[in-house]
Write a protein that binds this ligand. Structure first.
Ligand code: DP6
Length: 327
């Protein structure tokens, strides 16, 4: 009996601190501006490719603690990306593609970055094997951006910078950061980030966006050290508001904020005021609030969680004593 050929890869998600929002080229996912992220090692997707003798590639969920279904649009986007990679390697074999996340899909945590990174990695492994070709890590990340832009930043741990031509890690004096995401809305997104990239062009504030992100990116890169933590917090706070203001000033306007989002942001503002310290705060194209803490702020992070979040909101984190706390 022939052995079933399978390739499995896992990749983490990432949260952008300087956001990729707007594209110079929509077909190729060429970003309007450079973006900068922190890789979220604890939030991962797994993709498995199995060679089979069917006539088309097909997708199905991979068995896991958090099963989920992909919409037809989601399946098409996923399988189109596999097709692109097969063409690159000149491979015509057909695959069953299976995927899952290690977090629940109803939490509103974007899995696009981790799932496209894992799909790219598994496809490169399978096609590289079948075509007997070596894999170039940077080329693989750049190919991943064609499937979903933000996924190219998930190929390195820590801080990662993506610009039009290349993507790679950035060193810092900050050590390993700790992440928490406060789940304030579990609803499926009404406007996907891919649609948001198109819609923001209608905002009068989009003109000038590239310049603003470049200024902030330079400030962030110049201040990646513990002494400048508050400065980083200020710049990154301004950056996520800038993106959300683009959403609010598009025609027609749209928004991801809920009243709960405002509550969490206001608690964080007060926490910073009373402690003269706190986390870096950011938001993706969704209602949830992401917090990054330095390792030496672990107790401070737990204090914020115990006094403001526990029992009120679901929190996913890589804090040893908090982990995944579902409300
Ligand atoms: C708000 O990478 O999801 O998360 O390239 O169309 O798939 P596509 O978009 P996507 O956009 C991410 C937007 C963001 C900011 C960011 O991650 O930089």
């Amino acid at each position: 009996m022939n052995e079933v050929k399978k390739w499995t890869e896992e990749r983490p998600s990432n949260i952008a601190l300087i956001k990729y929002m707007g594209k110079k080229d929509k077909a190729l996912n060429i970003p309007s501006n450079r973006s900068f992220s922190w890789t979220l090692d604890h939030l991962k997707s797994t993709v498995q490719l199995e060679l089979y003798d069917g006539s088309e590639d097909r997708w199905e969920p991979l068995e896991s603690d958090f099963p989920f279904e992909l919409s037809q649009v989601g399946k098409d986007k996923f399988l189109n990306h596999l097709k692109r990679i097969k063409e690159h390697f000149k491979i015509s074999e057909k695959f069953i593609v299976r995927s899952c996340n290690n977090f629940p899909s109803d939490c509103g945590i974007a899995s696009s970055a981790s799932s496209f990174a894992a799909l790219t990695a598994a496809s490169f492994k399978a096609c590289g094997d079948l075509a007997s070709q070596k894999i170039d890590h940077v080329e693989m990340a750049k190919m991943s951006a064609r499937g979903s832009g933000s996924s190219c930043r998930s190929f390195w741990p820590g801080f990662v910078l993506w610009d039009e031509d290349t993507v790679g890690p950035v060193a810092s004096d900050l050590g390993k950061l700790k992440h928490m995401v406060v789940i304030v809305g579990g609803e499926a997104k009404k406007v996907s980030s891919s649609e948001a990239h198109k819609k923001v062009e209608s905002s009068l504030l989009f003109n000038g966006r590239t310049q603003r992100t470049e200024t902030r990116l330079q400030l962030v890169l110049d201040n990646l050290n513990p002494q400048s933590w508050e400065k980083l917090y200020q710049v990154i706070w301004a950056e996520f508001w800038d993106m959300h203001v683009l959403f609010e000033t598009s025609t027609p306007h749209f928004s991801y904020f809920t009243p709960e989002t405002f509550r969490v942001l206001s608690l964080l503002r007060k926490f910073w005021e009373t402690h003269a310290d706190g986390p870096i705060v950011t938001m993706d194209a969704g209602p949830n609030v992401h917090l990054l803490w330095r390792a030496d702020q672990e107790e401070l992070g737990e204090e914020f969680y115990q006094s403001h979040l526990k029992g009120e909101w679901t929190v996913l984190s890589d804090f040893a004593r908090i982990g995944f706390d579902r409300v």
